[in-house]
Design a binder for this molecule. Structure first.
Ligand code: NAI
Ligand code: MG
Length: 501
């Protein structure tokens, strides 16, 4: 196994001191009411990085009280959008000033490859904040000319106290994808990071204070799903919940809303996204894209292109080149600049992936590459490719959330569309072709929230993102996401001097 770059190693990399491990409530770092803490681990080794205060129901109640006060009586929802945007831009500047420490913390806590976190995640979150900062003073309703003697207009008002529950695969990106539009709208927030990756959320909580976000507006409460998460989703004083995570938990969150105050819920859930590669595709580009679509971020991506459909004319050559290319996909310590794939986030995820691989073998799929744990310690899994995968196998149906590609062959475009849609999910899809008619037909026919033509993972703040079918409800990103955090008030007045009265 590659050396661990813990200290003054050959790369001169030094892991930061963890500065923030308490709950962030009402602008202060505080212990949990019970004094309880939980450990967050380094997935390279399974060893504890540090212990973090654990929020349970009483702590969530305190956070909600602070958020409620900040919403009902505080300045954040009442200040101009311009002013909120200015503070959010300051927040973004502080992220950039602290980018190296943030990137190191993020990699350490999650096993994400440091060079990607530096290049993409940390930069992109500052950009997301600025995108919504720019929108904060452009939120407005409409004027309606009504039936003669009346006129109406709509106001878009912040929805209130928002509960946000996020996963561990993109801790920083998910944090800002959720909080940025809510802040721009003028909401106040109680956000729970995933129990596997609480560290960067607490670090940026401190930056939010430095930026001038008032106490109670952004509360960060690490804890477990069944306790802290459930207390958020069933809370009577929370006006809206936004969630990203598994479909199973999404269902629980909807149920909790139904049996509490009927708060609106937006859900970004799992996927089993198809990538369709046509005979006319540039083969090397297609092989690279398929590898990127399922092995990036160790496959822990909701939009992973885990079902790869290849047209029969190029199938054999595609399989051959994919096997060769898989060898150059370097697994190892995520701090090593040559590494492309770090360890899975924790032991549970590691075991889950390995058990799906065993299932694939038992069900008769052919293991082309990988299939085993990598190294002697930590939660690494080899990049794995199965061929001869049938649609009804578990590995073709379930979200594995790991570096496991299922390759399947198709003859006609109609068959590819039918197979691609044969899933309960509908988050994303990719198509690789130079034929415009095929690209257009496939884009229109696939039931998924985002279609990538000759690319994959082409995210942008301005592109709405979310799922069809059991992949979710509502959209993140884009100006669309603001609507999650706004509600419409209609105001009607008579026009007394109307000649029609
Ligand atoms: P999860 O859905 O349990 O965790 C996501 C978040 O939900 C975490 O913050 C967790 O604490 C919280 N949560 C868990 N139970 C809750 C409850 N009863 N009430 C409220 N909040 C709750 O996902 P988990 O167990 O970490 O991963 C399991 C599988 O879920 C993965 O293997 C993957 O297939 C899928 N997943 C999908 C994600 C996506 O981006 N679509 C992200 C994370 C996981
Ligand atoms: Mg961790």
């Amino acid at each position: 196994m590659a050396a661990q770059y813990n200290g003054d190693s050959e790369n001169g990399l030094k892991l930061p001191q963890v500065k923030f491990t308490k709950l962030f409530i009402n602008g202060e770092f505080v212990d949990s009411v019970s004094g309880k803490t939980f450990e967050t681990i380094d997935p390279r080794t399974g060893e504890t990085i540090t212990r973090v205060a654990e929020a349970v129901k009483e702590d969530i109640d305190l956070a909600v009280k602070a958020a409620r006060e900040a919403f009902d009586n505080g300045i954040w929802p009442r200040m101009s959008g311009y002013e909120r945007g200015r503070i959010m831009c300051k927040f973004a500047d502080l992220i950039e000033e602290n980018k190296e420490e943030l990137a190191l913390l993020e990699s350490w806590d999650s096993g994400k490859v440091l060079s990607f976190v530096r290049l993409r995640d940390v930069r992109s979150v500052a950009k997301t904040l600025r995108y919504y900062a720019g929108a904060a003073d452009k939120i407005h309703g409409e004027t309606m000319k009504m039936g003669g003697e009346l006129q109406g207009y709509t106001l878009k008002e912040p929805i209130g106290v928002v509960g946000q529950i996020i996963p561990w695969n993109y801790p920083l990106v998910m944090f800002f994808m959720k909080v940025s539009p809510a802040l721009a709208a003028g909401c106040t927030i109680v956000i729970k990071p995933a129990e596997q990756t609480p560290l960067t959320a607490l670090f940026v909580a401190d930056l939010s204070k430095q930026a001038g976000i008032p106490p109670g507006v952004l509360n960060v409460v690490p804890g477990f799903g069944q306790t802290a998460g459930a207390a958020i989703s069933s809370h009577m004083e929370i006006d809206k919940v936004a969630f990203t995570g598994s479909t199973e938990v999404g269902r629980l969150i909807l149920q909790a809303s139904g049996s509490s105050n009927l708060k609106p819920v937006s859900l970004e859930l799992g996927g089993k996204s198809p990538l369709i590669i046509c005979d006319d595709a540039d083969l090397d580009m297609a092989v690279d894209l398929a590898r990127l679509a399922v092995f990036t971020n160790k496959g822990e991506i909701c939009v992973a292109g885990s079902r790869v459909f290849v047209q029969e004319g190029i199938y054999d050559e595609f399989v051959k080149r994919s096997a060769e290319k898989a060898k150059s996909w370097v697994v190892g310590d995520p701090f090593d600049p040559n590494v492309l794939q770090g360890p899975q986030v924790d032991k549970k995820q590691f075991n889950k992936i390995l058990s799906y691989i065993e299932h694939g073998k038992r069900e008769g799929a052919t293991l082309l590459t990988g299939g085993k744990p990598w190294g002697e310690k930590g939660y690494y899994v080899e990049p794995t490719i199965f061929t001869d995968v049938e649609e009804d196998m578990l590995i073709a149906k379930d979200e594995i959330f790991g570096p496991v590609m299922s390759l399947m062959k198709f003859k006609t475009i109609e068959e590819a569309i039918q197979k691609a849609n044969n899933t309960r999910y509908g988050l994303a899809a990719g198509i690789v072709t130079n034929n415009l008619n095929i690209a257009n037909t496939v884009s229109r026919s696939i039931r998924a929230g985002v279609i990538w033509i000759n690319c994959y993972f082409a995210f942008d703040d301005d592109i709405p993102f979310g799922g069809y079918k059991m992949s979710g409800i509502g959209r993140d990103l884009g100006l669309q996401a603001l609507e999650n955090y706004l509600q419409i008030k209609s105001v009607v007045t008579p026009i007394y001097d109307s000649p029609w009265l």
